[in-house]
Write a protein that binds this ligand. Structure first.
Ligand code: NDP
Length: 465
């Protein structure tokens, strides 16, 4: 019922959010991941709209869910047999209120418009939290680099960039890596951009060290996530020392999460890929991590090989008939989901809680379903949502942009120190914002509100654009 204080034409914050959510679903059909990401942010914004009616009267929610620009294009290329292949390319330029669009490129067969819109939407708030001046964007293709030769990957990247280059630039839109896009792909993309535009600029981040890349960028998302987890534990006067940790995935984020966990004296015991899970009760030490890195980054092999090499480890193949992921059913203290979206369902969350997990720090983007997120919040465990916990990657991309603009490169120690301080600042912002809005300890609210306010105020300052 509308309160007596509210004129009939003005909706309550709850009704306003509900009506925008209805329109988001109607205008963006068949994009469940996008709806999910918007819903999660909107839930937190109830608390903000009650204090700030100006966001409602200026239709800020309707504006912030509408991408500034969506690009979708054909990517034709020849495979090694001379056959014609066609993929679809995308770039979502979501919001540039606080800086040039910034966000990764994902090459994975599951990529579609809705997934990239969810990622671009998340990126807006994440980039805002980093303290650096970066807007939000995301892009990619349904191209699958798995099983392709280097030459095929190169031809695909060149074709992809031939179209993308007309839309991006060091002051406009600066893509980076994500799933399926690592150093190799960034190299091919950068080479083609440079050739077509005849300019050497910092148009991509995650570049090679010899040609404009930043030290610590490959490590940054994983390191940053562990720095964030450390801050969460510190708020409870605890440390990572001796904690048993589950890490999903075995790509970029997972590898450097494990490396930093070892630095902090924790014991990582699990990794995975799309074919299955490795559980190693003895712990993944530095030698075993080196094996994983060689297997994944050089040989481009499958994680099951780990169990052939290290006999005490158990391999559990992916079973689509199973109603849960066995990785999240191992007894542990902390969980670091670092593979992909919605990899922790309600059932997985129940298993994690049952097995005594007291901390979840999200390296992947939106790895927990809305139900799982709610269960973590209700259980009042330490829960670091992706847009805060994994912001170290894009923050270090921002540091790469700063070094490129200054035509300088900083030392490993300097970049790592800045990354560490940024993660401390993000945690502090989330922690204090959660308290200020009456939900102490709820870092989901802290991250959503903290990220939103800066972007929303910039949008108001800049008029109706
Ligand atoms: P990588 O491609 O390096 O690694 C991805 C890992 O996750 C692989 O082990 C992959 O297994 C697994 N994986 C991917 N998709 C699925 C799936 N549908 N089901 C099961 N396993 C899957 O990617 P990143 O490490 O860069 O990215 C991982 C996550 O972190 C993503 O959510 C990404 O958006 C997020 N992220 C990454 C950042 C970065 O800087 N790279 C920054 C912030 C967030 P397989 O090889 O079998 O596909």
């Amino acid at each position: 019922m509308t309160s007596v204080m509210t004129p009939p034409s003005v909706k309550t914050p709850a009704d306003y959010i509900e009506s925008v959510m209805v329109s988001v679903k109607a205008k963006n059909p068949a994009e469940p991941e996008f709806h999910q990401a918007v819903q999660e942010v909107f839930e937190s914004l109830r608390l903000v709209l009650a204090k700030h009616p100006e966001y409602q009267s200026s239709k800020l929610l309707e504006r912030i869910v509408e991408p500034e620009r969506v690009l979708m294009f054909r990517v034709p290329w020849f495979d090694d047999q001379g056959n014609i292949q066609i993929n679809r390319g995308f770039r979502i330029e979501m919001n540039s209120a606080i800086g040039p669009y910034k966000g990764g490129l994902r090459f994975h067969p599951s990529v579609n418009l809705g997934i990239l819109k969810f990622l671009a939407f998340e990126q807006v708030f994440k980039n805002s939290l980093t303290t650096l001046p970066m807007g939000g964007g995301k892009g990619g293709s349904d191209f699958d680099p798995k099983g392709k030769s280097d030459n095929e990957v190169m031809r695909f990247c060149q074709s992809f960039m031939t179209e993308l280059q007309r839309h991006i630039g060091p002051d406009t839109d600066v893509p980076a890596g994500d799933i399926g896009v690592g150093g190799r792909e960034i190299g091919y993309l950068f080479g083609q951009y440079k050739r077509l535009r005849n300019e050497f600029t910092g148009v991509l981040t995650g570049k090679g060290l010899g040609w404009g890349g930043s030290l610590i960028r490959p490590e940054a998302t994983g390191y940053g996530c562990v720095y964030f987890a450390n801050e969460m534990l510190k708020s409870k006067k605890q440390t990572l020392e001796g904690k048993i940790c589950l890490v999903s995935g075995s790509g970029n984020v997972s590898q450097y999460t494990i490396e930093k966990l070892l630095d902090f004296g924790a014991k990582p015991v699990a990794v995975s890929d799309s074919n299955g899970v490795i559980y190693d009760p003895d712990g993944i030490d530095r030698d075993k991590l080196a094996f994983v890195m060689e297997l994944k980054n050089v040989k481009r092999g499958r994680i099951r090989d780990y169990a052939d090499k290290f006999k005490k480890a158990i391999f559990m193949p992916t079973d689509v008939k199973l109603d849960h992921n066995p990785l999240w059913n191992v007894k542990a203290d902390c969980a670091f989901p670092s593979a992909t979206q919605n990899e922790i369902t309600a059932k997985d969350a129940a298993n994690l809680l049952k097995n005594g997990v007291k901390l979840v720090a999200e390296g992947a983007n939106m790895p927990s379903t809305l139900e799982a997120t709610k269960m973590f919040l209700d259980a009042k465990i330490l829960y670091g949502p992706a847009k805060a916990a994994n912001a170290g990657g894009v923050a270090t991309s921002g540091l790469e942009m700063a070094q490129n603009s200054a035509r300088l490169s900083w030392t490993r120690e300097e970049v790592d120190d800045r990354l560490h301080k940024i993660m401390i600042a993000i945690h502090q912002n989330c922690y204090e914002t959660a308290e200020k809005y009456g939900t102490p300890g709820n870092l989901v609210n802290g991250a959503n509100i903290g990220g939103f306010l800066k972007v929303a105020n910039a949008m108001l300052d800049q008029g109706l654009v």
